[in-house]
Design a protein around this ligand. Structure first.
Ligand code: PHE
Length: 341
């Protein structure tokens, strides 16, 4: 038995010398010191020994156990230290490597213009509204007094989503007028910016997707004078106090009377030049007094309430503001272009 114990000890010690992972170490602990381990097996046979031998072997067995426990613990600590060192090494940061350059983003020029417009309207007590780009034909057309069969509803101009022409990509932000009238308490003062879609080929002034901002005011005793006063104020804030405007009669199904608003060309002061294509004026927006039938369809009594609305293209506004000559530049998002603003 004494030999068996000595053998266990020397075998365990030489095995330990080759161990370098926590898993192996744990396996070895179980093999020698575990409940079913080799040392335990020896101790279980102590009963067979004579009374003189028992204390001597008992003491030896204890010594072997203590020795093994001690070296296993030491080995465990060593392995842990080695693992930590390996980790520190692999995660070390080389402070001499040059840093990655952070490219700073910028607000898109069109959104800068939109921010300015929104701020002016908010300052005048307007609320900003956003609504769906996928819209019911009912809101994009019918409730805007544009019945079935109206040329504006043609498949050649509109991206319909359903074959029965009931759902589409909105062709204008004007359906937001209907959403506002149906959901807001009177009086209403809202602007609604967003994307609109039309089947246009891409060129210097056209894109199948562009942006508009819609405005709507409804209250008692609202007149065309309010429309002109408000729009003139907006334009002067945007382009300067000396900006000259004019209102031309026009037609929209959902306003009556309707008009378009032009600003005098900033380049030639109205004489006619390349920028205004010889006109002296640049068209800015469509507007008008909300048609009584439109009010009625949204549940507002046209005998009590009246209102005005406008719709304005944002790309055109940004192009004029920053003297951008080609609409495509606004959508291409070429950094060389965007960095200039
Ligand atoms: N929705 C019209 C357009 O896209 C603009 C408009 C809006 C006209 C509101 C009158 C009132 O051209």
């Amino acid at each position: 038995m004494r030999e068996k114990l000595e053998q266990i000890k020397s075998e365990a010690l030489s095995m330990l010398a080759r161990i370098d992972t926590q898993k192996e170490l744990e396996e070895m602990r179980v093999k020698y010191l575990g409940k079913k381990g080799e040392l335990t097996a020896v101790l279980k046979q102590m009963g067979k020994l004579s009374a003189e031998e028992r204390p001597v072997i008992g003491q030896l067995a204890n010594e072997v156990r203590q020795t093994l426990e001690k070296v296993i613990d030491e080995s465990a600590a060593k392995i842990e230290r080695a693992m930590l060192e390996a980790r520190l090494e692999s995660e070390a940061i080389d402070v001499t490597v040059p840093g990655k350059r952070l490219e700073e983003g910028k607000r898109h020029p069109m959104y800068t213009v939109l921010d300015e417009i929104e701020e002016i309207f908010v300052g005048m007590g307007f609320e900003i509204l956003e609504g769906p780009e996928i819209e019911l034909a009912e809101y994009n057309f019918t409730k805007l007094n544009t019945e079935e069969g109206h040329p504006a509803r043609d498949w050649t101009d509109t991206f319909y989503i359903k074959d029965d022409s009931s759902i589409l990509l909105r062709t204008q932000t004007s359906p937001m007028q209907v959403h506002a009238m149906e959901t807001k308490q009177l009086p209403i003062r809202v602007v609604a910016p967003g994307r609109v879609y039309r089947k246009d080929e891409v060129d210097a002034t056209h894109s199948p997707m562009f942006h508009q901002i819609e405005g709507l005011v409804i209250d008692k005793n609202i007149t065309m004078a309010d429309l002109k006063g408000t729009l003139n104020t907006i334009v002067r804030r945007l382009y300067g106090e000396n900006t000259v405007t004019r209102f031309r009669p026009h037609h929209f199904p959902f306003t009556e009377p309707s008009c378009e608003m032009d600003v005098q060309c900033h380049e030639c002061g109205g004489k006619g030049c390349r920028v205004c294509k010889g006109e002296g004026w640049i068209e800015l927006l469509g507007a008008g007094m909300v048609h009584p039938r439109v009010l009625e369809m949204s549940g507002i009594d046209p005998d009590v309430y009246s209102g005005w609305a406008f719709g304005m293209g944002l790309e055109r506004l940004a192009m004029r503001r920053y003297e951008i000559s080609d609409l495509r530049l606004i959508f291409e998002n070429d950094e060389r272009f965007l960095k200039q603003f």
